[in-house]
Design a protein around this ligand. Sequence first.
Ligand code: LUZ
Ligand code: MOS
Length: 752
Amino acid sequence: MKNIDSYTHVRGESIYLDDIPVVQGTLYAAVFDSPIAHGRIKAIDLSVAGSIKGVERIFTSSDIPGENQIGGIVPDEELFATTHVHFCGMPIVMVVAESEEIARLAVSKIKVDIEPLPIITDPREAWEKGELIIPPRTFKLGDTTSAWEKCDHVFEGRTETNGQEHLYIETQGAYALPLENGTIRIYSSTQGPTAVQRTAARVLGIPMHRLEVDTTRLGGGFGGKEDQATTWGIMCALATWHLKRPVKYSLHRMEDMRMTGKRHPYSADFKIGLSKDLKILAYEVTFYQNAGAAADLSPAVMERTLFHCTSSYFIPHVLATAYSCRTHLPPNTAFRGFGGPQGMFVIEAAIAKTANALGVPASDIQQQNLLRTGDEFPYGQKAESEANECWNKAIELYDLSRLRKEIDEHNSVNKQYKKGLALMPICFGISFTKTMMNQARSLVHVYTDGSVGVSTGAVEMGQGVNTKMLQVAASIFSIDPALVRINSTNTYRIANTSPSAASATADLNGRATEIACQEILKRLKKVAAEEFSAGEDEIEIKDNWVFAKSEKTTWEWKRLVFETYFRRISLSELAHYTPPGIHYDLKKEKGHPFAYHVYGTAIITVTIDCLRGTYDFDSVKVVHDFGNSMNEVIDIGQCEGGIVQGIGWMTIEEIVYDKEGRLRSNALSTYKVPDIYSVPKEITIHFLDTKKPNLAIFGSKAVGEPPLLYGIGAYFALRNAIKAFNPTVDIAYDAPMTPEKVLMNLYSKSNR
Ligand code: LUZ
Ligand code: MOS
């Protein structure tokens, strides 16, 4: 089934926040944000801004009726700075005016006098100064201390991974409307409507039931709107609360890039020990997460880094510690993979370093250590592994030895162009790591004409979740998909939602929809059973028609629905779903946090231009564990997008903050994401043939985040290509590998 949004997307008719028709009297907001990263506010001069015609009102922290607090996990983040600013881009003042132009003009006339204070941008420096967001956490399996002496090879090293700008095509934004009796509707481009509702209620000092948050769809989220969409929703609601007027704020790209957090950069130290036959016996790793100026989701991101620190390998002795370090950058936040990719990069670097030193291909070490079913993760869960299945299928299907031979031959005769190859096995845990968040509800209404309306907590952000929800309802009822509509995500219809995140949205909301539809179906069948003198289990609905004892009856779906209504039986159901069997003990750092894992293997090849340092990815060949995919077109789309986004993070996307904590890569002219010219020439995705039972919706495993991890292989393919040109170069494990870095490494003589 095609993505149900495709028709309106290609016609430009899909409604995003900025497409909502504005109502009469709408005002527009714009923010004055801190030009310096750390300081004490001495004076705010609003006189010129306030005198501009068309400026309705200017808001500061003193206009907040409730709490000036938007921190979700830790209450450490003000909506508007009061006495101090903690990052460049921190909101201080909001102007509300008759037009966007006037609002931004007024912002440009605001003067804030700030006394500068010392700035930290480096997580290790923050760590040295004891600037931690939360106490450190340590995952432990076996005993590394005594394991080192059993190792034949031990290597140590350091790695760096940089951040990543979400670059959702639709920037952040919100639109608030005053309703009667002090209630407010907020249209928000958010992955978490409940987060907007809960935090706005706190800031406004009103109960949550007075705030309706409604989301039709997002033009991309990637994690950037899991927590950080709330800011703009609350700002609009605050102005609406005061002025009783509709207020809209749709950020310009540069405002968005400057004021919002990104993927967390990490610095890490590792130590790895192996036996003679390349079994990894021990692994120690310390992560320094650059959290930025406030907690935001950093503690949860940090925990996922620990959960994925051994990637898809079994290591019997592991000691992993993570520090969430407070710096003066905008608070970093969720980004597809949520700390997992950062953890997995380090173990791949450790393996690459080992392979390099021992003169063996990294893939020999990778293959030796792939997880098997029954192997224990450092957090206590036992693997149900498809790692070897994916790996073996990939090297056979794509003929790894031939690929290697072709590359060796190419490299032996070509001077200017060198090729490199890397394999990247992945393993990603599916569930929110906070067990409590793994719950969802679905509200299904069957109308008397047989049409169906479904509301869930799932937010459509281009990932196709609405199509999957529609498939669930249509297939349980066995009716024409055109009869089913997926409604906007709305906190009045579905309450207390978890954000659409953690790759778990289709599973959680899909299972809830499945339960709701099954419940209604039971009632419908009871009515048919009475009518056709059959048992309820002898009734079947097939392709819009009622069958009794395998015989087609005179009743169509629509008739059955109406007859059920006629008998005063409910055609609506609100269902609740929680995945069974997941738990976690934070004191012991052990448990069974994930409903299941997703596996896969990619083979990535690249060609570098050794004169220029530029490169092209020739191919990404994947065997991916989709379980039993319920929509192959959507799932392939998620894989392709994830791979390209992962490659972007590892290669050309380079976030640059200067020492003053100012974002230099602050526009699309200075921050480059992969475009049609830089995507791999070939992406092939093979569906691993496995029909093992799992907890996914219809057995169709979560696909949102896992494919991004394949991009890590791009970094290692590039290293191998550089080495083909300059065999003795000692390349730092420092991502992204930009063309500039490739060039420097190609001609670097110094062995570090
Ligand atoms: N968000 C969250 C996530 O709150 N918890 C998670 O475990 C998670 N994982 C991936 C992406 N977003
Ligand atoms: Mo996410 S990183 O699943 O919002």
